[in-house]
Each structure stands twice: as structure tokens, then as C-alpha cells.
Design a protein around this ligand. Structure first.
Ligand SMILES: [Zn+2]
Ligand SMILES: [Zn+2]
Length: 342
């Protein structure tokens, strides 16, 4: 079968590898139909992904497909079923796992990151890493379910509630899916972004407050929009350390800051104490696939708007070259394995 292998910085290509067999009685074999290209995949390609440096890697963690074989102990999934992949596998025994946070398990295995990913024709994983996909979600849209679970996790970790005001820095796919998720939860959302192309996409999704730091002071705008109280949640999806400092200044008392992009930052401990702020980190997701699939009807239109480019899997090399240009008008890029099947 065909697989897309990254062998090192800028050395990659489609190769032939043996078809995978079921690994045990709980495993499920899936014929991949669609796979999203994520920033993490680009980092692997560019040799900037710490867990993959010096390793050969088949990337891809945002994928869906059709079940072709199931182990003897698998119940509730049969060949022909449509499924989406959950990319995390955890030990179930360590402190994080015992506390319901398997997504930060000490021996966490992430598909397409520190183990083989979905940019190949067939993929085998335990049944618990597959979720049934309703017929009304298209293959292209199915590739956005995983990043939508990341957005759902951010909202859960930030204790987002209807009526809260959330400021999101960065309108890349995660920032936009977070905005969409928060809007549907009843939050008031502001998005700040320097790229006009991405701002246009944010507007198209219905974000009510779209701010460009090159044109206005975002902190002041956020205070004005909230009538001086400040946003209740600030999420950094842009990876700008100065945004953290500003967040501590403008957050309302009892506010929450979520460093989604995960860059180092310094914070003012006095302001944090004074306003009893919470810094809450969010990594990957835990138990978000089932609710996100159930709610996907809410996101479907915007999910479709975010898909700006579709490539045939045979052109994966070209798709990565295009993605690495990081054009401001690029939303989500999806690879399709069998274009004719709709
Ligand atoms: Zn991703
Ligand atoms: Zn664990």
C-alpha cells in the first residue's frame, strides 16, 4: 500500500509499505478516506518537531475512513462502518491517567506525532481509538473533527460558560474552530489577527468582533467592547509571549488565560493575585470526540468554509509544499484518498 513517509528535513515521499494486519482481537483496520494537514505535520516536515527529529515518520492525526476488518473481540463496529480516528493512546495507570487526564499520560502515544500516522491507505488501531461517523458528515468535514475536539478541550479547560467573553489571539484553523465552538456555546467572541485573509475567514464564520492589531490596540478594543470589565477568557493561539502580558492586564477579575500555542511567557504575579486569575493549560483532548461528533451539525457550515484546499493523496508532496507556504488565505487543507466517492 502507499504511505507518505517523512525521512528527515525536506526528505519525504510516497513509498510502498506492507499492508498492516490486525494487531490483536481489539484492533480495527480502516481504509483511510480523508486526512487533514495540521501545523504539527508541517513542523515534522520542516524538522522542527522535537519528538520526530531523527526519525522516519508517517504523519497525519486528523483522519477518517471505512472499517475493513475487525478483531474477534470488537463489538459495535463492522466492515463498512464510517469512523474517525482519535489520535491518543495512554497507559491508564500513571497519575495523569488515574486523574482522568490520559491526554497528558507520561507515556502518551500520539498518532502521526510519536508513532505512525494516517497518511497511508490502511491504518490499524484499537477499537477505542475509532469513533463512528454519521453519514451526513462528509469525508472532507470528518478531517476537521479532531481539531474541533482540541477547541472543545480548550473551552472545557477554560470553564467557558454562556455569556462569557472570550478573546482569541490568532485566526489559524485552531483559533477559528475555537471561535466557532465558543460562539455555539453562547460566548461572545473576539478574534485578533494580523492577516487580512484570516480575518476575512473569521468574519465569514460570523465572529462578531474581528480585530487587527496593526490597525488598533487590541487590548483597548477588548476593554471597550466589554465596557471596561475586560474579557473573561483570553486564549493565545498565535504564540506571542507579549499577548500573555497583555492578557493579565485586560482580563476581568476571575478571568482565565489559556496558552494554547504553548510558548514561554512571563506573567505579573501581582495582577494574577489581585484579580484571582487562572492560567489553565490545554493539551490535545480527553473524551471530546463523542460530544463533538454529536454537535457537529452546529459546526458543519463553518467547517466547510474553513476547508480551502483539497488535494488527492497522490499529490501529498505538492500539498505539503503548498501548506508550507502558509498563505494567509489558506484555511484547512484536506487530503482525499478516493476522490470519486464523495
Ligand atoms: Zn493537529
Ligand atoms: Zn498514563
Amino acid at each position: 500500500m502507499k504511505a507518505f513517509m517523512i525521512e528527515g528535513k525536506d526528505r519525504s515521499g510516497v513509498i510502498d509499505i506492507p499492508e498492516p494486519a490486525l494487531t490483536d482481537e481489539h484492533s480495527v483496520k480502516v481504509q483511510v478516506e480523508s486526512c487533514g494537514i495540521c501545523g504539527t505535520d508541517l513542523k515534522i516536515m520542516e524538522g522542527k518537531h522535537t519528538q520526530s527529529i531523527g526519525q522516519k515518520r508517517i504523519p497525519g492525526h486528523e483522519f477518517a475512513g471505512v472499517v475493513v476488518a475487525v478483531g474477534a473481540a470488537v463489538e459495535g463496529l463492522t466492515p463498512g462502518d464510517r469512523v474517525v480516528h482519535e489520535p491518543i493512546a495512554y497507559c491508564g495507570r500513571c497519575y495523569a491517567c488515574r486523574n482522568g487526564q490520559g491526554n497528558v499520560c507520561g507515556s502518551l502515544q500520539v498518532t502521526g506525532c510519536n508513532r505512525s500516522g494516517g497518511m497511508e491507505e490502511l491504518f490499524v488501531a484499537p477499537q477505542r481509538q475509532w469513533h463512528r461517523l454519521p453519514d451526513w458528515i462528509t469525508w472532507d468535514q470528518a478531517a476537521l473533527i479532531e481539531p474541533y475536539t482540541i477547541a472543545a478541550q480548550v473551552c472545557a479547560r477554560a470553564d467557558a460558560r454562556p455569556g462569557d467573553v472570550m478573546l482569541i489571539h490568532g485566526a489559524g484553523p485552531i483559533g477559528l474552530m475555537l471561535a466557532d465552538t465558543a460562539m455555539h456555546m453562547g460566548l461572545t467572541v473576539m478574534v485578533s489577527e494580523v492577516s487580512e485573509g484570516r480575518l476575512a475567514l473569521a468574519r465569514a464564520l460570523g465572529v462578531p468582533h474581528v480585530l487587527n492589531p496593526r490597525e488598533e490596540n487590541v487590548g483597548e478594543a477588548a476593554l471597550r467592547i466589554t465596557k471596561g470589565e475586560g474579557p473573561n477568557i483570553v486564549c493565545d493561539c498565535a504564540g506571542l509571549p507579549q499577548m500573555a502580558e497583555e492578557a493579565f492586564r485586560i482580563l476581568s477579575p476571575a478571568g482565565r488565560f489559556v496558552p494554547v500555542a504553548g510558548v514561554p511567557f512571563t506573567c505579573d504575579g501581582y495582577l494574577a493575585m489581585r484579580k484571582q486569575l487562572t492560567v489553565v493549560a490545554s493539551r490535545l483532548q480527553m473524551h471530546q470526540f463523542v460530544p463533538v461528533i454529536a454537535r457537529f451539525g452546529l459546526y458543519q457550515q463553518n467547517a466547510q468554509r474553513m476547508i480551502t484546499d483539497i488535494f488527492d493523496f497522490h499529490d501529498v508532496q505538492e500539498a505539503f509544499a503548498y501548506a508550507c507556504q502558509r498563505k494567509p488565505t489558506t484555511g484547512k487543507i484536506v487530503l482525499r484518498f478516493h476522490a470519486a466517492r464523495g
